[in-house]
Design a protein around this ligand. Structure first.
Ligand code: IPE
Ligand code: IPE
Ligand code: MG
Length: 246
């Protein structure tokens, strides 16, 4: 089985999972956080190179303050607890998104976890926190504009590779496979630039029910896709044309 290099997951459906069980949304987030860490470990065990988890979008600030606080405190609680597991599994920890707007204690823990794990050579785990694809593109554009003003680059130098190098996520290859749970079929401002040729896998289950078998199903499905990147599939191409007799 061929493994994608980079899997990105939009972990969705915590609230509905809880509602189905007549609990409040918090219950779903608590369970969802646990599931995230077990999937991280599974992905490291199968030697995935890159795993990116969409954990908090720039639009998620619209939620009630109590829910946002709970999400931040879950992040604090689990990340502190899981550092050893990251070390044991040789995982390096990274973030994308505007983390400077997160509570200061979260920022501290994120940079501490990055520092502690940065020399690990196994899976690169990236949490997308206060992340928005549009914001990432705008920030890159501003930075590029600054470089032009400073005379470091010329407008005529701008091409896809250069633009990509200004993105905060430029240390990651584009995601090969994007999984979204809860049967919603949209990006919700995730990896807008990077998803140009990603394969999508939509899973009906809510995130707190996502398990190893669902991960394997997603990878199986990925293996049955034909990625053409605009080209033609050599297997599907026409047979050699018959000789035309004149
Ligand atoms: C995903 O679950 C978690 C985050 C977005 C932080 P939701 O909280 O979006 O759950 P639903 O989609 O409302 O069920
Ligand atoms: C996407 O889920 C963001 C994360 C999973 C972090 P949302 O629940 O915020 O997305 P919408 O609002 O349903 O599009
Ligand atoms: Mg949701």
């Amino acid at each position: 089985m061929l493994l994608p290099d980079h899997i990105a997951i939009i972990m969705d459906g915590n609230g509905r999972w809880a509602k189905q069980r007549k609990h409040n949304r918090f219950f779903g987030h608590i369970r969802g956080a646990k599931v995230a860490y077990s999937i991280i470990e599974e992905c490291a065990k199968i030697n995935l190179k890159y795993l990116t988890l969409y954990a908090f979008s720039t639009e998620n600030w619209k939620r009630p303050k109590t829910e946002v606080s709970l999400l931040m405190s879950l992040l604090l609680k689990h990340l502190a607890k899981e550092q050893k597991k990251l070390m044991d599994n040789n995982i390096s920890f990274h973030t994308i998104g505007n983390t400077q707007e997160l509570p200061i204690e979260v920022q501290k823990l994120l940079s501490e976890t990055y520092e502690v794990t940065k020399n690990n050579t196994g899976m690169k785990l990236t949490f997308a926190l206060n992340y928005g694809g549009k914001q990432e593109i705008i920030n890159a554009t501003k930075e590029m504009y600054k470089s032009i003003e400073d005379g470091k680059i010329k407008a005529s130098d701008i091409n896809q590779d250069l633009f990509n190098s200004y993105l905060q996520s430029s240390f990651l290859p584009n995601p090969d496979l994007i999984i979204r749970t809860s049967n919603e079929q949209r990006l919700s401002n995730f990896f807008l630039w990077q998803a140009a040729y990603s394969e999508f896998y939509f899973c009906e289950k809510f995130w707190p029910d996502f398990d190893l078998s669902d991960l394997n199903n997603a990878i199986d499905s990925f293996n049955n896709r034909s990625r053409r990147f605009g080209n033609i599939d050599s297997k599907l191409s026409d047979p050699p044309s018959p000789r035309v007799h004149q």
